[in-house]
Design a binder for this molecule. Structure first.
Ligand SMILES: Cc1cc2nc3c(=O)[nH]c(=O)nc-3n(C[C@H](O)[C@H](O)[C@H](O)COP(=O)(O)OP(=O)(O)OC[C@H]3O[C@@H](n4cnc5c(N)ncnc54)[C@H](O)[C@@H]3O)c2cc1C
Length: 286
């Protein structure tokens, strides 16, 4: 196995392109190293991206947020500005594992690991985040919702990697929220999760995005749940309609951590609660 730690994205792209065997990008390593130790992957090339300065950049501005692929999750919570602009994205990132895990792991690694239960992914999708992808032919931007194809599968080419994820400008009177259910308070993965990002005008929801995690092979965008709350002040009827849409969008697995019936029910509860948190953060009152 070859280990490389290039200092530019250009060098990283050419190393990936010239490797004919199994190449794996290494960010925090909190997924990759576990899988290597378990013998689930046997890389010919491990490409560490943490020495690439441009990938260590976290730039937070009202006009947009740039989260480099080598930025550890802990840094997101340390930015007061980011916490106030995108509280849902930050709370999702800061639910990953523990302090020790967050000191290493990245949200881009969380996305590329492609777990249906990944915490940051529903929040990034609800935020309208784009992935900045680097490959031999240059750079391209795609919506984060287009990156994960299924458990462990992404749409990235074998010679591509993600330089950063970018959050859009924050609209006035808008906010996001992320909630997950786990049997334990931490060091557990979501049984169900929900992210909501919404905008208000005179206390009425004018735009919304609702995304569920851990209830299908990929995070699920639920347009019907968003439609149920747009044009309302989140009265009970709108919230119940929203919860029903969340339940209808579920296609979960049945395992020891939750039955299909249980996950489906909890999806409605969490969708509803996340909407209420986002609504209050955006300045809404009931
Ligand atoms: C004890 C423990 C607890 C955990 N708890 C949680 C939890 O609560 N919630 C949760 O969602 N996850 C959890 N995880 C999983 C893991 O910590 C997260 O998925 C984490 O965000 C992965 O980030 P990383 O930087 O460590 O990724 P890595 O392990 O470095 O990489 C993960 C995958 O993404 C690829 N990759 C990484 N960066 C890039 C890039 N820039 N471009 C292309 N591909 C890339 C790698 O090749 C690899 O396939 C936990 C893991 C452990 C060990």
């Amino acid at each position: 196995m070859r280990f490389e730690s290039p200092t530019t994205t250009k060098a990283a792209a050419s190393m990936l392109a010239s490797e004919s065997g199994a190449a794996h990008v290494l960010a925090g390593g909190t997924d990759l190293l576990v899988r290597m130790k378990m013998g689930m992957v046997e890389p010919d090339l491990v490409l560490d991206i943490k020495r690439i300065e441009t990938m260590k950049v976290l730039k937070v501005a009202a006009g947009g947020v740039h989260i480099g692929g080598a930025v550890p999750a802990v840094e997101l919570g340390e930015s007061e500005r980011l916490r106030s602009l995108w509280p849902g994205v930050v709370e999702a990132a800061n639910l990953i594992g523990s302090d020790q895990i967050q000191g290493r792991c990245t949200v881009v690694g969380n996305l590329c690991n492609a777990s249906p239960a990944a915490d940051s992914v529903p929040a990034l999708i609800a935020a309208g985040a784009k992935a900045l992808i680097v490959g031999p032919k240059g750079k391209r931007r795609v919506g984060v919702e287009k990156v994960v194809l299924g458990p462990g599968k992404t749409s990235l080419g074998r010679d591509e990697f993600i330089e950063a994820v970018v959050l859009p400008a924050r609209a006035g009177k808008s906010a996001d929220a992320y909630l997950r259910f786990t049997p334990r308070t931490e060091m557990d993965i979501a049984v169900v999760s929900a992210a909501v990002n919404l905008t208000l005008s005179r206390g009425v929801v004018t735009a919304a995005k609702v995304v569920l995690g851990a209830v299908a092979p990929t995070a699920v965008v639920v347009p019907a749940a968003a439609r149920a709350i747009i044009g309302t002040k989140l009265d009970d009827a709108a919230l119940e309609k929203m919860a029903k849409a969340c339940r209808a969008a579920c296609n979960p697995i049945d395992d020891k951590r939750g039955t299909v019936e249980y996950r489906t029910k909890v999806a409605g509860v969490l969708g509803r609660r996340a909407a209420l948190v986002a609504f209050e953060r955006a300045g809404g009152s009931k």
